[in-house]
Design a protein around this ligand. Structure first.
Ligand code: GTP
Length: 253
């Protein structure tokens, strides 16, 4: 069976868990797909879906805080380091998962996950056990206000790609709150608009436009899906990109 692991990564409150719920429900409804949902947030208090594997059952940041007398950040860091040392619990969970899609919700504090050993180690486990591994880098639509923010999103996705060694698709969530969001779109012309605006905004803008040119030249997914996890909007477009990346269908432009 083809196992596709899709990791949901993004800053606190961007809607990772809600999108795991929305996308898993959508996959089941549209294709009758089997979906295995993994929670890797050791500090999760409320999870809007029923996880098939919940790491906080084994490694729990709140318990660690009490046990070691740590504050919330210290406990989270310790829990992530413990997880990095115990990836076999994930290996076992994924090995037992009989599913087309394995959706992985990651900790709210993205930096603790990404900047320590834990994320690359877990990705290695996924790569050994699944046919395809990719990540969605989710950002709140409210972050995207200027063309430079668009560049920020693209650079962050590339940085994650470099750190994790897997394809990373930037996703803009909560578009129901910002229905008139400009500039971010699923057509290449949006990129042309962005680079043109950057080019005309001084030396710094010129540098960013060149960075964008290179990113888009080498990027596999040149579309940025806009979704609302809350209203189940944009999931078809999101899935199209996920499908193209996981089925090796070729050109995504
Ligand atoms: P942490 O892991 O705790 O950092 O959060 P998260 O990234 O998993 O976000 P979560 O799914 O918990 O959502 C955070 C808040 O944003 C919740 O109140 C959600 O209801 C809300 N939210 C998530 N997606 C959307 C969306 O598409 N639209 C709107 N309006 N709210 C959303």
């Amino acid at each position: 069976m083809t196992k596709n692991v899709i990791m949901f990564i993004g800053p606190a409150g961007c809607g990772k868990s809600t999108l795991v719920y929305a996308y898993s429900s959508w996959l089941v409804k549209e294709f009758g797909a089997s979906v295995f949902k993994v929670n890797l947030d050791t500090a999760a208090e409320y999870i809007p879906y029923e996880p098939d594997f919940d790491v906080s059952f084994y490694i729990n940041a709140h318990r660690i805080a009490k046990e070691f007398g740590l504050g919330p950040n210290g406990a989270l860091v310790k829990s992530m380091d413990m997880l990095a040392e115990n990836t076999r619990i994930i290996e076992k969970a994924i090995g037992d998962a009989n599913a087309d899609f394995i959706l992985v919700d990651t900790p709210g504090q993205m930096e603790v996950f990404i900047f320590r050993d834990v994320a690359p180690k877990i990705v290695e486990v996924f790569k050994r056990m699944a046919n395809n591994v990719l990540a969605l880098f989710i950002l709140d639509a409210g972050v995207i206000k200027r063309v430079e923010d668009y560049v920020f999103t693209s650079i962050m996705s590339v940085a994650l790609q470099a750190r994790l060694g897997i394809d990373v698709v930037p996703v803009i969530n909560k578009i129901d709150v910002y229905p008139n969001l400009e500039l971010i779109g699923d057509v290449i012309s949006d990129v042309d608009i962005v680079t043109e605006k950057l080019r005309n905004s001084g030396l710094y803008g010129e540098m960013l436009s060149k960075v964008m040119d290179v990113i888009w030249l080498y990027s596999k997914a040149t579309r940025v899906p806009r979704v609302s996890a809350k209203n189940m909007q944009g999931l078809e477009e999101l899935h199209r990109i996920v499908h193209e990346l996981t089925c090796s269908c070729g050109d995504l432009t």
